[in-house]
Design a protein around this ligand. Sequence first.
Ligand code: KG4
Ligand code: ZN
Length: 357
Amino acid sequence: MSSELSNEPLVMGIESTCDETGVAFVRGNTLLADRTATSMDEYARYGGIIPEIASRAHLESFLPTMRQAAEEANVTLEDVDAIAVAAGPGLVGSLTVGICAAKSLAAALGKPLYGVNHVIGHLAVDKLAEGPLPERFVGLVVSGGHSNLLLVNDIATDIVELGGTLDDAAGEAFDKVGRLLNLPYPGGPHIDRLSQIGNTEAIRFPRGLAAGKDKERYKYDFSFSGLKTAVARYIEGLEERGEAFVPEDVAASFSEAVNDSLTAKAVRAALDHGVETIVVGGGFSANSRLRALLTERAEAVGLTVRIPPLRFCTDNGAQIAAMGSELVRAGVKPSQLTFSPDSGMPLTQTSMCCLEE
Ligand code: KG4
Ligand code: ZN
């Protein structure tokens, strides 16, 4: 390891917002190790996550995941300069497991603790793949729970929420349409796969908030529930006539409608705010059409798009460690050990407040 690298603070990140137990070690902008255990396989038969099962799985997975990550990073817990843990948004029971572990470690080892915003971590993680983030950028966060456009003036301290979804998140809409198409849960990746071989223009599905007064009033907001209903009606209509639908075409046309909205509004937000870069994060940023269409539209107007590699898109410890290292870099005070999980943590809040000097 170069001496320059070893001078940077070593941050351990702990993620337990949903079904993934993640632990990672980051030094500066360099990822040393990132280990994840998931309980996702247990939910296929329920068609959704069962919070109680997820919490128990975190309890079982945390220590082995942490030990494996420390071993891979070749560090001991005493070497750590700060601990970061996801404080929200997420499932309260799941968050509680990670937070209790992080608080115990921080108290036992005498290390500063940061309760960080998991969603902002989805953007911070890109620095581990593509180097330091630009000072100002537009963030597009797209996951099972979020579809938001953020103006990031400083990822550690200054985030403005430009807009979000009025109803379903992009991933949630994909999962719901996945159910209509009889695809396994979660439907998002399956629709993505089908849509790559379907015709995007086979069915003209509606784009939410894209016309008339709504277009101006909800400039940076999204709405996907009308689209989901349109898909349901389309399938019902065919079934009533005894006709079969072509899943690939429904998937491709639906995916196009979602991604048309996401990409058009992200590009508009960047142009309106005079920023040159759009950073994308969250599980839905794995979507192949989002990656292609956003890159195409942004490049056409001279914007740069940064989308983390697939392994950083779904929840992981690296995003939490990356966020922690940004907070340390900016000199943000550590959190008080008394903070609670916040399932609805606002996206403008980067971390839990703070120890007095
Ligand atoms: O960020 P994430 O791992 O969990 C949270 O919601 O916080 O995102 C999971 C969501 C799910 O809705 C899943 O269906 C969706 O991301 N997803 C995808 C793809 N991969 C994951 N949606 C569309 N295309 C994909 N390739
Ligand atoms: Zn997430």
